[in-house]
Design a protein around this ligand. Sequence first.
Ligand code: PMP
Length: 299
Amino acid sequence: MTEQVIYINGEFVKKEDAKVSVYDHGFLYGDGVFEGIRSYNGNVFRLEEHLERLYDSAKSVMLEIPHTVEEMTNIVVQTLRENKFKDAYIRLIVSRGVGNLGLDPYSCSHPSVIVIAEELSLFPKSMYETGIEIVSVATRRSRSDVLSPKVKSLNYMNNILVKLEANLAGVSEALMLNDQGYVAEGSADNIFIVRKNKIVTPPGYVGALEGITRNAIIDVAAKKGYEIQEGVFTRHDVYVADEVFLTGTAVEVISVIKVDGRVIGEGKPGSVTTDLLESFRELVQNDGVKVYADHLNVV
Ligand code: PMP
């Protein structure tokens, strides 16, 4: 087994040496952007889309990533190669970089670029077989005109507060509403409801991150002939849905069988959710940037 290495600003270092300065504004202020990406069987799933979201987030907060998209693709690929990983979770971070203690980002001369790849520890199979319980929480999604949920920034306090509430309620994930009470998303996943064979997920403007898995599921479901659309809905619609599921890079597609004490459908993963999970798992095996293909021009 090779020792895990982490990419930091142009070099690969051992995990114990992978350190950033306490003056990095990513640490001091959560000033930066990130992506959580996954590689399946040596294929990085939808890397292009992840990088597009990363560069969009960076542009929105005026953070200039010191690499082209092509260079960044190569850095991610190279990180997997160095570690000889095929199935991995990849965390790509670009922070404002080292500056002084003040808030002003102009004191930071150079962004920090970090790629961590870890061999994937899968969620337990039983979770997919039984489904999970979630609760809605008091913490609301930050408004789109405050800190836009579309920006995947290092400032995840909103999501962390939601996760804390879920933990306190003894469940692993929560339902986050926006400031008007409409359903937005989970702490780190998107939500879908199924009612009478129609699948609905909240649009970005309600406060949902436009998840890469979410978009893949919309494509997959449409191709399979399901009626699927974006729509605004409330907790009531969730309670009376036939099926509810969450999507995200880490969790893929997971059935929700209880929300705020209300049993969803028959209280077990439904046929639409199961079908979409299976189709998604087929898709990811071959779809994506091939890490070990010889033609790749890796720097
Ligand atoms: N919403 C939030 C707040 C998230 O952090 C994530 C995880 N990136 C998602 C949704 C799911 O997005 P994706 O499918 O791109 O992982």
